[in-house]
Design a protein around this ligand. Structure first.
Ligand code: BG6
Length: 480
């Protein structure tokens, strides 16, 4: 009897809570293609890949990508076969608003997203929409992009159009995907579009504008759309879970965790404003460096209040973890973000973590520890895991490593829910299909579904991991 009770308890723990949802994600530039179809204007990624092919591993671009602009019904079909509860995709701002401004809405852009949204709903799949997954209209970059404070208003206007057009059917909105990449990789290290290198400055100016843009869009939804549409709005942050390399590095690891919460803190913390430890350090450093004020722009009290509490959930993208240690000369922070010069710290995977390639070394306990840390920081709020996934260099069809990655991470998510009592309500696999992986081009495969990029019709073929994920979704458990 004791044994069967124990078995029953274990089995029960392998079950996801009722109402827990599973989905998969993509982003417009990575899958749509059709970069210059109809009246769509170029995005910063069109410009960046066309002007700097050498920045991309295989010198490729997203001109055609998965051709999802044409083949969206096939995307819906593979999502349906897997039994996904939701599909997370992004709207391309320059496809919907070719001028960047809300004075002109593209009929074709509108039609495309309406078709996709309606097609998903007809097939029982909930659309989850990201407003900004990195493809800013080039016309707005020409005005300074995310370093121009006016962008916060322009983003609000864009959000207003999207909420107005699609809000009757879209109930989950993500304003920004990973501000850390939008700001650090784009304005700090220049590794991503638009490739601007403004060390110690660009990322912080951008951070303030992006956080304000998010807040404005949220407040707009609250005042103009919530009563009618009853949806949820949040943003999604990528966190690397950071472990101290040894007992001397405990505070440093905590500092980096806070640095990675730069964008979350103003929104989710009770006090609002930047994470205090990070704010203090940058202010002190700036003073020593002879700046007349901190390189991290301050918020007015009014801005703090505007931003604070602008969330209905916390979106977490988690892929991997790092060990933190004091940097030796020549060491660098392994992350496209504020470099080691800022805090004198280096991040690297632990040598015992052996699975994974490129920057994506697998450390499953990191997802649980990150969730727990966020709960400690921001309280008992709703968490949605909006990205988690594994890449291979080759298009492996029997992708056992990816199956194990998903299994191991889902196990940790269950522990977070059952043991740490973190309120996680959704899990999203990155990615539904192989796609244009930014600076890795097509050399990195994340898809549950393989894409044949040599085929003019971009044949979609589910991998072993797609079958595994379908089984998890069907049984609502890891006990298969
Ligand atoms: C996330 C992004 O950071 O990681 C995705 O939101 C991206 O868009 C994924 O594709 C994988 O990253 P990368 O850099 O390996 O392509």
């Amino acid at each position: 009897v004791v044994l069967s009770l124990l078995v029953a308890a274990c089995v029960a723990e392998q079950k996801f809570p009722p109402g827990f949802k599973f989905g998969a994600a993509t982003a417009a530039y990575q899958v749509e293609g059709a970069w210059n179809v109809s009246d769509k204007s170029p995005s910063i990624w069109d410009t960046f890949t066309h002007e700097n092919p050498d920045f991309i591993a295989d010198k490729s671009n997203g001109d055609v990508a998965c051709d999802s602009y044409r083949l969206w019904e096939t995307d819906i079909a593979v999502a349906k076969d897997m039994g996904l509860h939701f599909y997370r995709f992004s709207v391309s701002w320059p496809r919907l608003l070719p001028n960047g401004y809300s004075n002109y809405v593209s009929e074709d852009g509108k039609r495309y997203y309406n078709n996709l949204i309606n097609g998903l709903i007809e097939n029982g799949i909930e659309p989850v929409v990201t407003l900004y997954h990195w493809d800013l209209p080039q016309k707005l970059q020409d005005l300074g992009g995310w370093t121009n404070p006016e962008l916060a208003r322009l983003f609000e206007d864009y959000a207003k159009v999207a909420f107005g057009l699609f809000g009757d059917r879209v109930k989950t909105w993500i304003t920004f995907n990973e501000p850390v990449i939008i700001c650090d990789a784009a304005y700090e290290t220049g590794r991503m579009a638009p490739g601007i290198v403004l060390p110690g400055i660009g990322t912080y100016i951008c951070a303030k504008v992006v956080v304000l843009a998010h807040a404005r869009a949220y407040r707009l939804y609250d005042t103009k759309f919530r009563a009618q549409y009853q949806g949820k709005v949040g943003l999604t942050d990528q966190h690397l879970w950071c472990e101290p390399k040894n007992s001397d590095e405990v505070e440093n690891a905590e500092l980096i965790r806070n640095l990675l919460a730069l964008y979350a803190y103003p929104i989710y913390s009770k006090t609002g404003g930047w994470p205090p430890s990070v704010e203090k350090l940058i202010a002190e450093k700036s003073e020593k460096e002879g700046y007349s004020r901190s390189r991290l722009p301050t918020f007015t009290q009014e801005e703090i209040e505007l931003i604070k509490g602008t969330y209905d959930f916390y979106g977490l993208n988690y892929y991997t973890s790092r060990m933190v240690e004091t940097a030796q000369p020549g060491q660098y922070l392994y992350w496209p973000m504020t470099g080691s010069s800022e805090f004198g710290l280096a991040l690297s995977p632990d040598p015992s973590w052996t699975n994974g390639h490129d920057w994506l070394i697998s450390f499953p306990p990191g997802i649980r520890r990150q969730l727990h840390w966020l709960k400690q920081q921001f309280g008992d709020i709703e968490f949605k895991i909006l990205e988690n996934g594994y890449s291979t260099a080759e298009p492996v069809m029997f992708d056992e490593e990816r199956v194990n990655y998903y299994k191991d991470h889902l196990e940790q998510v269950l522990l977070a829910i059952n043991e740490d009592k973190v309120n996680v309500t959704a899990y999203t696999a990155w990615s539904l299909i192989d796609n244009f992986e930014w600076i890795n081009g097509y050399t990195s495969r994340f898809g549950l579904v393989n894409i044949d990029f040599n085929d003019p019709d971009r044949k979609r073929t589910p991998r072993a991991s797609a079958h595994y994920y379908a089984a998890v979704i069907k049984s609502h458990s890891l006990d298969l």
